[in-house]
Ligand binder design. Structure first.
Ligand SMILES: O=C(O)CCC(=O)C(=O)O
Ligand SMILES: [Fe+2]
Length: 365
């Protein structure tokens, strides 16, 4: 069974190790089957992810439902967009970026105070290994659950340098407000009642991941972050140091995301794909690295409450009359199942589909 697989933390920081790999990367980081990035062939423009201006969007709300229709098609066709004029205080965002950089610039001994322990998935370290021969992503990460507060691990955020702790807290609160507004709108666009979204997501499970991707002598051989869809409702991503590297899989090909200045990138996670009964797409994405500059990003994940049902939204099924295409699981169990597997594209959500082959396979194993 997947849940009994060992979880092996790697205690060394790649940020330190990478300084020794000036010419070649060790085998453990080499991805033999990495899919290529789309190459611009000069005849058709490279597709780019849609942009939503939240200020304009809100202004038009109630006047007609054109913007809800376009939000719906963005979330269906892409499952990811850049959000501009999002209303999050610019100075706070700048402070959050600066202090995230400072976090990774702390001496390694300091960072290892937050290191991942065996069997845990919260803390600082490299990829959590589910098998001994698993390839390792070219990155260090810090991951923790931030909400509800009683779920916080006392050796993580509470022990951060005071300024970072305070900035993270303020940033979290701002993003919580933004996330609940976005979730309401995204739900409304597929006939999920706002109250149902609020009941499921308000005071839900929230977590943060800070990603550090060192420079790499052979960037095409490694992957910064393995292809995956997020097991979330929505994720709000901040690119911390203006170095691009995020890619999304659209119509079978990997295309790079060029972050707009001051934009936050919002992506639809598996839980919204399930809640929308498959109308939305939880976008598959990955991070690539480069030879010249390290890259830092900060993702915040917004999820239902632990005791909420994760399944096609009841109001959507009532309003559309459609049969449910996904199973329903309690959030707590959903999270346990997710963390017991290694990241692997969209295979996890496949297991939630009713009548999928993946479910049958899982039941046999
Ligand atoms: O670094 C990035 O741009 C992507 C991060 C991400 O997808 C994640 O943390 O889940
Ligand atoms: Fe992600």
């Amino acid at each position: 069974m997947a849940s009994s697989q060992p979880m092996i933390p790697i205690h060394v920081s790649l940020q330190e190790l990478a300084k020794e790999f000036k010419v070649a990367v060790p085998d453990r980081y080499v991805q033999e089957h990495r899919e290529p990035t789309i190459i611009f062939n000069g005849s058709s423009p490279l597709p780019s992810i849609p942009v939503i201006d939240l200020k304009d969007f809100i202004k038009m709300l109630g006047k007609n439902d054109d913007n809800l229709k376009s939000l719906r098609s963005v979330c269906q066709e892409w499952g990811i967009f850049q959000l501009v004029n999002h209303g999050v205080d610019k100075l706070l965002v700048e402070k959050m970026k600066k202090e995230t950089i400072q976090f990774f610039n702390m001496p390694v001994e300091e960072k290892l105070r937050y290191k991942l322990e065996g069997g845990e998935y919260e803390g600082y370290g490299q990829t959590i290994l589910h098998t001994q021969d698993q390839k390792i992503d070219w990155a260090d990460r810090f991951y923790m659950i931030t909400n509800p507060i009683q779920k916080r691990k006392s050796h993580l955020l509470p022990e951060f340098p005071p300024s970072l702790r305070e900035t993270m807290e303020n940033y979290l609160q701002e993003l919580q407000k933004l996330a609940i507004n976005l979730l309401g709108l995204i739900g409304q666009a597929v006939d999920i009642e706002k109250q149902e979204m609020v009941d499921i997501f308000e005071d839900g499970i929230q977590s943060v991941r800070m990603n550090y991707y060192p420079r790499c002598p052979q960037p095409d051989l490694v992957i910064g972050l393995t292809p995956h869809s997020d097991a979330t409702g929505i994720t709000i991503l901040l690119q911390v140091n203006d170095v691009d590297g995020l890619q999304v899989k659209k119509d079978g090909v990997w295309i790079p995301v060029n972050f707009l200045p001051d934009a936050l990138v919002v992506n639809i996670g598996d839980i919204l794909e399930i809640m929308s009964n498959g109308m939305y797409n939880s976008i598959e994405h990955r991070a690539t690295v480069n030879t010249t500059k390290e890259r830092i990003s900060l993702a915040m994940f917004f999820n239902p409450k632990l005791d909420a049902d994760v399944g096609p939204a009841k109001s959507l099924l009532t309003n559309t009359g459609d049969p449910p295409l996904y199973k329903t699981l309690v959030m707590e169990q959903y999270l346990k199942d997710f963390f017991s597997r290694k990241l692997n594209g969209k295979t996890f959500i496949e297991k939630m589909k009713i009548n999928s082959e993946a479910i049958e396979l899982d039941q046999i194993s």
